[in-house]
Design a protein around this ligand. Structure first.
Ligand code: GLN
Length: 312
């Protein structure tokens, strides 16, 4: 096993960077272009609060689907496990993350799980608040607290892009409304989903979310437990089985810890009792996962002995 040091992470970045060549940058996102393709950064924060970073770890990108982890935590907090999983399933899905056909084939027309778009839109509708602004503010305040970063905020440009490119998500939401899966105001649920996707973060912030999950849901500010351990367990199990979409089985085998990706090339990793990992590598594969970031996650798992199912 290799010791976790900054120089080890620097080497791991350079070993993984060439995998960016097989991916593509999501050009629908503002400021995402070919110059982003080779970027790769990582931050690791251990439960002893030691921080290690390498590569372009200060590259800010929109959360995109990594926001689904936060949404799920809040919905579980607000409605409890039974009611959340009445609205959305907990099974992995073999189709792409924005698939619509699965909504008609599954027994109760529930989306398969909260990590795919349909599931996350249904979950967004379960975040409580007196008004749409208040719901998003709850999300943002929670995120600021668990990352201990008061500066986190939404990018208006990304939000506008999400709305402009939102036909598929709108279709998913209206379809769910037609079947009674989504019973609240559809446009409000979508708007919150777009905003949640648009918060800008860097590797350090993604790693802090991973650390929060790895460290019993404790606030880094007060050390108070913000999310009960049974909800954290649920979130980590769903990340493990569905967090990397239809590559989740592959990541369960090759990394062996809960991860969640976003099409900005971001990945959150949570190694219970040990560390949180944040990765940004904007070149993604056709399933929506960072190619270089994924290679890096698997390398860290192997070199640092992070696979919870055992060593190689
Ligand atoms: N904004 C993207 C969408 O809604 C997020 C998807 C993702 O990161 N996989 O399709």
């Amino acid at each position: 096993m290799i010791e976790l040091t900054t120089s080890y992470l620097e080497e791991a970045i350079e070993d993984s960077r060439p995998f960016a060549a097989s991916g593509n940058v999501n050009m629908n996102l503002p400021n995402f272009d070919e110059t982003m393709k080779d970027r790769l950064g990582v931050s690791v924060i251990t439960t002893d609060l030691e921080c290690y970073s390498a590569g372009e770890h200060r590259q800010f990108v929109p959360m995109q689907s990594t926001s689904k982890v936060i949404g799920l935590m809040l919905a579980l907090q607000d409605f409890g496990k039974e009611r959340v999983f009445n609205a959305v399933g907990m099974e992995p899905m073999g189709d792409f993350f924005n698939s619509i056909s699965q909504l008609e084939s599954y027994d109760t027309t529930k989306p398969f799980n909260p990590m795919i778009n349909a599931g996350a839109i249904a979950v967004s509708a379960m975040i409580k608040g007196q008004s749409p602004e208040n719901r998003f503010n709850r999300y943002l305040e929670f995120l600021r607290e668990i990352t201990d970063n008061e500066k986190l905020d939404m990018s208006e440009d990304v939000y506008e892009a999400e709305r402009a490119n939102g036909s598929r998500n709108r279709a998913l939401a209206y379809f769910m409304h037609s079947t009674g899966t989504l019973v609240t105001d559809v446009e409000e649920a979508l708007d919150l989903y777009y905003r949640m996707n648009s918060v800008m973060m860097c590797c350090d912030d993604f790693a802090r979310v991973g650390l929060f999950l790895a460290r019993g849901g404790r606030s880094p500010r007060s050390n108070e437990r913000l999310i009960p351990s049974n909800h954290l367990r649920t979130v980590k199990a769903i990340m493990m089985t569905s967090g990397m979409y239809n590559s989740s089985g592959h990541y369960a085998v090759e990394a062996g810890f809960p991860c969640k990706s976003g099409v900005s090339g971001s990945i959150i990793g949570a190694i219970p009792g040990r560390m949180g990992i944040g990765v940004v590598g904007p070149a993604i594969d056709e399933k929506g996962n960072s190619t270089a970031g994924g290679a890096l996650i698997k390398k860290l798992a192997q070199d640092l002995g992070l696979n919870m199912f055992g060593e190689n």
